[in-house]
Design a protein around this ligand. Structure first.
Ligand SMILES: [Zn+2]
Length: 89
């Protein structure tokens, strides 16, 4: 499913794949993940250009939204973004 099979080695200390990064993206960006999980995601996306782009894009999007209105991103919007990401796969 999807492209970019990023299992480039046999080290399986990460149970993170591209789907997990997308699914936990906003939890990650909100800083609500546990340290271990956050590190796993960081490790994945720093080595995965596709996820790196997604993370960078949403990090900047989040900052833009935060700077324009002082309200948190509504859950409905998050859900729509997630759906859009899923549909793009
Ligand atoms: Zn990835």
């Amino acid at each position: 499913m999807g492209e970019g099979v990023s299992t480039d080695s046999t080290d399986d200390d990460s149970s993170i794949d591209c789907r997990a990064v997308v699914e936990e993206l906003y939890t990650f960006l909100d800083g609500e993940l546990s340290d271990g999980r956050r590190i796993q995601i960081e490790r994945h996306y720093t080595g995965c250009s596709g996820c790196h782009e997604i993370v960078e894009f949403h990090a900047s999007l989040k900052m833009t939204i935060a700077s324009k209105c002082q309200e948190p991103v509504p859950d409905a919007l998050r859900q729509r973004i997630r759906d859009a990401l899923r549909a793009a796969e």
